[in-house]
Structure formats: C-alpha cells, structure tokens
Design a protein around this ligand. Structure first.
Ligand SMILES: *[C@@H]1O[C@H](CO)[C@@H](O)[C@H](O)[C@H]1NC(C)=O
Ligand SMILES: *[C@@H]1O[C@H](CO)[C@@H](O)[C@H](O)[C@H]1NC(C)=O
Length: 551
C-alpha cells in the first residue's frame, strides 16, 4: 500500500469508524485497548503447559543469588553445558559483571530467594550429547522458600526451565529484582520447532547466526534449519570439494563458512538445546554448484545447439551420483543431527526438455513426457545414497507429491498453497503414514503493514481433516526467513518477535489461543529481548523500560 493510500485509509477510518470498511486490516486494533493489559501469566513466552503464580513475592539480588547443581543431580560440576547456561542466565537476570560486587558479610532476609537448584533426574543427563527429535525437553519449576528447584530428566529441559525462571524475574516499582512463588510443569506440544535461515541469497556473518541461535533459545525454538546453499551462492566450504565454494561463493574467503565456522555454529546451538539441520537442496536450486563442479548441471539447448546455460543437476550421468555420494558422505559426518534436509522443491523441467541426451534417456526408461518421473529417478537415487550414510531425511512436499518412494521415517515439509491447500496436503501426507512439518503460514520473509504476527499465531499445524493417529504424525513446524531481501542489516528485527508467535504456537497447549493475552505477554517478552541486546522490532506503538541502544 502506498503512503497516500494509507493516509486515505486512515482518514476514512477516522470518518467512518473502524472495522467495517477495512475489516481485513487489523492494525488499528490496539487503538481501542490500553497499550498493555497485564496478563495473569506475567511475561512468560511461550506459555508453559501448567502455570500457577501466586502473589507472594521474593527479592533476588545479584550479590547473593546463585544457580547451583542440586545435590542429587546426575549432571555434576563436569557438565559445562549447564555451567555455561547458569552464567548466561545469571547475566540475563542481573547484567554482566555484577558478580564482582558480591559481599560476604551481606545478610539475606526471609523474603529473599538466594538459590535456584538445578536437578537432572535421569541417570543419563545427556550433557555431552546432541539434542534430537526424541529428546525429553520437559521440566518442572518450583519457586519457593528456602530455594527454588528446577527438575528435569535431561539437560534439554533444564535449559528451557532456566529460560522460564529468568522470565519470572521482574522489577518491582523500586527497581528491585523480584520473583513470585510459582509452580510450573512444562513440556513442548511439538518436538520440532524450527527456524529456517537462508545463507545463499545473502551471506550471513557467523555473528548474526549465533545471535539468532541465542534468541531462538529464548523462545524455546529447538531447530536451526540451515538453508546453506542455493542458486545464488555456495558459501559452504567443503573439504572434499573445496572448489564448490571457491567458485560458487560470493567471495571465496570472506563469504564462506569454513569447517571451523560450521563446528562453532553446531556447538553453540548444542549448548542451547538446538539442533542444526543443514539443507543441501537438489536437483533444482543448484546454479552455484555448477560453477565449481564441471558436468554436474544439465546443459540446456536452444534448438540443436547447447545454449551455454545450465539447468538442474544432470540426472542421467553416473558421475553425478559419484559426486553426490562423496559429497553427502562428508555432510553426514560434519553435521551430527540424525536428519538432513534434501530439498527437492521447484524443479524447472524446461532445460531437461531441451536436452537431446535427456530426451533419449527418458525414452529408454519409458518415462514418456513425464519429467517428474525423471525427477523421481534422481531423487530416488539420492535418497538411497543418503540412506547409506544412515541419516534420515526431510524433503519439501514436491518429492512426496511426485510419488517418490520414501523411507517410513521421512519428514515431509509442507510449504505450498493457501490454507485450504496446505491443510489438504497435511491430510494427504499423514494419511499415507508420513511425518510432516508445516511452514506455509510462516513465511516470515513476506512482510506487510501491521501486526501480521496475529495471523502467524492463529495458524495451527494440526488443523486439518484427519484422525488422531494422523495428527500425531505432525512433528511441528518451521518459520522461514528466505534471504532475497534479508542480510545482517535487517535479519534480526524482521525475524523477532514475529517468529516468537510461531514459537508459542509450537510449544504451548493447543488451547492457548487468546490473542489479547498473547499481545500482553509478547509485548513484555519483546522488551526483554531488547534489554538482552536483541533488536527485536516493536509490535505496535509502545515503549520499553530500557530501549534498544544500538550496537
Ligand atoms: C506477583 O506478585 C505481586 C504482589 O507481590 C502481584 O502484584 C503480581 O500480580 C504477581 N504477578 C503475577 C504474574 O501473578
Ligand atoms: C553407469 O552405471 C551403470 C550401472 O552401474 C552402467 O551399467 C553404465 O554402463 C554406466 N554408464 C557409463 C556411461 O559409464
């Protein structure tokens, strides 16, 4: 909408009253409400499954408050994942370097909370492991005297519980840190709660990726879907095929992810309970691969002559599969997660159609004119290659739509269509017995004027016609931020707090749908992100007690 049109809308709204005329525009909604109505859940985000907050409150001071291992915890002093998290959350609650002010002689009053004990209850804390789709992320938190207790079977639940604890801390009217007596019992509704970032359309510096992993943890997002390469550039530095990024990255030294970079991202994510799932999309979306790997892409023809341009991966050459075997063998060792995302979306058939060798191959294999059969032929071979690395795979919905034979544990990623279409796709995928993941309503790269997070908040991945068994096959969803118009300058404010809406949809109970209560909590949550140094954009006219100061 142009500025002039917006102004007209505003005038008409003032003259005609709101609503009727432009009822698809909801950005005036807050005009009729106080800026922030207090939620009885304070600023918890995403809302835990069970919460009881009382009006009895304690003070916390940076000088005497400690986060410690419970005596019987299975994760002892050697668990650096927890030590790291204790330090992080202490800083989130009190700011950096306050610890130095610790004075030994200070006496603590009865209305002061001095300790949070973290108790990992299962014999195997998984402290040194990687999170997975089956990880236990549950926790229980009791804030009371003489100390608060955070109980979790595994470290993954403890990480979430620490975030929740930090969200319970608020400042009273005199600026003193306070926390109310609280009981929380919590676990995620869906196991897969992801965010896709695209490092091909624009290169994202490691620092930006890490800052967003940090923010994901604050929203209990547990999957970083790394759409690492695409047509535009190939920033992944492969040890086996270094020429891929040498030729295919925007710049061979400054715009690449080295093995050390990738390792750092994976470890940083692990320490926050986040899985890193890389996507190497083929056979389409591969223009940048062709620059460093001769004969990988299909030569397109114009009439009877090669036109000098290239199409998708060439599916008729044995060398293609030799290359893919070696390449994915490397990927399977570099990325520890049990799943890889293999893409498979938007394959353009026009180049394949133009190529006489491909036409001959089609005839030999009895594919007729059906190029989706050729695509399936390629994907089938690719899936066999990846299966032999003993990884599971996720694929975009087209691969399923084209009837490719898939392993039973394959996750079909739904991204296309309008609401009716994606719901019927979810029904189809699950009635075939496959697990599925929803992204269609959560393409956060699409922006518009107003509070579009409300629409994101309303979408529910289990809203489709199907049995209870089918609904159970929904593993979760992902918010996608495709990179055509996004780089380090605008990524974080574009993503947050809009992705937070998706985070609550995927974590909290299905019944948590009160958008006014959500607005109240999310407004404060957003200010909390700002206070933690994250430039999360505002939801609407408002202020934060401590505004963003820039970097
Ligand atoms: C916490 O307790 C205070 C009184 O000490 C009360 O005003 C406030 O509403 C409580 N917060 C929540 C979220 O219940
Ligand atoms: C490709 O591999 C197949 C099966 O291993 C073999 O039959 C065929 O001769 C090979 N083609 C070429 C051109 O090497």
């Amino acid at each position: 909408m142009t500025a002039a049109l917006k102004f007209t809308v505003l005038l008409l709204t003032l003259v005609c009253g709101r609503g009727q005329l432009f009822n698809d525009i909801d950005y005036f909604d807050e005009e009729v409400k106080p800026a922030v109505l207090d939620s009885k859940y304070g600023s918890l985000w995403p809302l835990p499954q069970k919460v009881k907050i009382s009006e009895v409150s304690f003070k916390l001071t940076s000088a005497s408050f400690k986060i410690v291992d419970a005596k019987d915890s299975s994760a002892g002093p050697s668990c650096s994942l927890l030590k790291d998290a204790y330090r992080r959350y202490y800083e989130h609650m009190f700011g950096i370097a306050k610890r130095q002010q610790l004075s030994k002689s200070r006496r603590t009053g009865p209305s002061e909370l001095t300790e949070l004990q973290v108790w990992i209850t299962s014999p195997d804390s998984e402290c040194d492991g990687y999170p997975s789709v089956t990880s236990d992320e549950s926790y229980e938190l009791v804030v009371d005297q003489p100390y608060a207790v955070l109980k979790a079977p595994k470290v993954w639940g403890a990480l979430h519980g620490l975030e929740t604890f930090s969200q319970l801390v608020y400042e009273d009217e005199y600026g003193a840190k306070s926390i109310n007596t609280t009981q929380i019992s919590d676990f995620p509704r869906f196991a897969h709660r992801g965010i896709l970032l695209d490092t091909s359309r624009h290169y994202l510096p490691i620092k930006v990726i890490l800052a967003n992993l940090e923010t994901m943890a604050m929203n209990k997002i547990n999957v970083f879907h790394w759409h690492i390469v695409d047509d535009q550039s190939f920033p992944y530095l492969s040890r086996t095929f270094p020429q891929l990024s040498q030729q295919g990255a925007y710049h061979p030294y400054t715009h690449v992810y080295t093995p050390a970079d990738v390792k750092m991202v994976i470890e940083f994510a692990r320490l926050r309970g986040i899985r890193v799932i890389p996507e190497f999309d083929t056979p389409g979306h591969t223009q940048s691969w062709g620059k460093g790997q001769k004969d990988l892409l299909t030569p397109c023809y114009s009439g009877s002559e090669p036109s000098g341009t290239f199409g998708p991966v060439n599916p008729i050459l044995n060398t293609t599969y030799d290359f893919m075997s070696q390449f994915f063998k490397e990927i399977s060792t570099v990325f520890p997660d049990a799943y890889m995302h293999l893409g498979g979306d938007e394959v353009d058939f026009s180049c394949w159609k133009s190529n006489p060798d491909i036409q001959k191959f089609m005839a030999q294999h009895g594919f007729g004119d059906d190029y989706s059969k050729l695509e399936s032929y390629y994907i089938q071979k690719l899936l066999n290659i990846v299966s032999s690395t003993s990884k599971g795979y996720m694929i975009w919905q087209e691969v399923f739509d084209n009837g490719v034979k898939l392993k039973p544990d394959t996750i079909i990623h739904v991204w296309k269509g309008n609401q009716e279409q994606y719901q019927s796709e979810m029904a189809k995928v699950t009635s075939s017995g496959y697990q599925t993941l929803l992204s269609t309503p959560w393409y956060l790269n699409r922006i518009s004027y107003g509070q579009d997070w409300r629409g994101h908040y309303k979408a529910d991945p289990q809203d489709f016609q199907g049995t209870e068994e089918q609904k159970k096959l929904v593993v979760g969803g992902e918010a996608c931020l495709w990179g055509e118009f996004v780089d380090a300058t605008n990524l974080t404010p574009r993503l947050w707090p809009r992705a937070s809406a998706v985070a609550e949809r995927l974590w909290s109970a299905k019944e948590v749908t009160d958008v006014n209560d959500a607005f109240s909590r999310l407004s404060v949550h957003r200010c909390r992100l700002v206070e933690r140094g994250i430039p999360a954009e505002p939801l609407f006219s408002s202020f934060c007690p401590r505004e963003y100061k820039g970097v």
